[in-house]
Design a protein around this ligand. Structure first.
Ligand code: NAD
Length: 255
């Protein structure tokens, strides 16, 4: 198989939809085989079926450390792993005064602990196999800048940028590059699936429409990931189109 990822093996969580799905499709077009993991079994199986022989579906909820451990065990039992993309995530927006603790906890459990479980399960195994590998953790531009009325989500994505940078500082000498992926607003199921409270419920579809018109898509982000994986030097991958984000989407960016 030829391609820029020929012979590589990738594991992607949240691969049943959006950025994860596009990445799975692109990686396999570039010669990789992919483990498609999602908590939604039907989504994971649909993506694996779309890809064919180069994909295996796994039903995994990343908030469950035992399930992520079992995923790691299963994929390493099948052979070496080159790319781990901790990508599963959920969205949230709304005024802080209207945000119950259960929302904060849900964001921490999926967006932070979900990635931590991936790190905990995969890093020792990646080190033990003794070859170069990449970990890509899906953060967000919300991991680089503050956004009003998105405190839980922004907090979680800043954590992922900090985690990824720290891991890279520690692991890169041992051949494991760690990258925080930081896309802007992408038209995926996450917006419809997200908890939107207060006036953010009306703002979210507008933001998506704004970006859709400008050609930002999960496929563009998957291309950014491929670019990072195939470059010698790691970059924090950010969508340049964030620069055109209008004030009514980011209601206030702190100085
Ligand atoms: P999406 O909703 O299309 O895909 C997310 C997938 O993750 C879904 O298939 C969902 O079933 C799965 N998932 C959710 N919780 C899970 C869990 N606990 N365990 C396993 N799977 C789970 O959304 P997307 O936009 O492709 O999101 C992918 C990642 O990109 C997320 O981390 C998200 O925060 C991040 N991101 C999205 C945007 C955007 O605007 N869409 C922007 C920046 C970053």
């Amino acid at each position: 198989m030829s391609g820029r990822l020929a012979g590589k093996v990738a594991v992607i969580t949240g691969a049943g939809s959006g950025i994860g799905r596009s990445s799975a499709l692109l990686f396999t077009r570039e010669g990789a085989t992919v483990h498609v993991a999602d908590r939604d079994a039907a989504r994971a199986e649909a993506v694996a079926a779309e890809i064919g022989a180069a994909a295996t579906a796994h039903t995994v909820d990343v908030t469950d450390p035992a399930a992520v451990e079992a995923l790691a065990e299963a994929v390493f039992a099948a052979g070496a792993v080159d790319i781990v993309m901790n990508n599963a995530g959920i969205g949230h927006a709304g005024p802080t005064a209207e945000t119950p603790l259960e929302d904060w906890r849900a964001i921490v459990e999926v967006n932070i602990m979900g990635v931590v479980h991936g790190v905990h399960a995969f890093v020792p195994r990646l080190l033990a196999q003794g070859r170069k590998a990449d970990i890509v953790n899906t953060a967000s531009m919300a991991g680089l800048v503050p956004v009003a009325k998105m405190a839980p989500y922004v907090m979680s994505k800043h954590a992922i940028v900090g985690l990824s940078e720290s891991l890279h500082a520690e692991l890169s000498r041992q051949g494991i590059r760690v990258t925080a992926l930081c896309p802007g607003v992408i038209d995926t199921a996450i917006v419809a699936d997200s908890t939107m409270r207060g006036d953010m419920a009306a703002a979210a579809p507008k933001a998506v429409a704004f970006y859709r018109k400008r050609g930002v898509s999960p496929d563009v982000v998957a291309g950014d990931v491929l670019h990072t994986l195939t470059k010698r030097h790691r970059v924090i991958t950010a969508s340049p189109r964030w620069q055109v984000m209008p004030a009514w989407i980011v209601q206030r960016i702190s100085p």
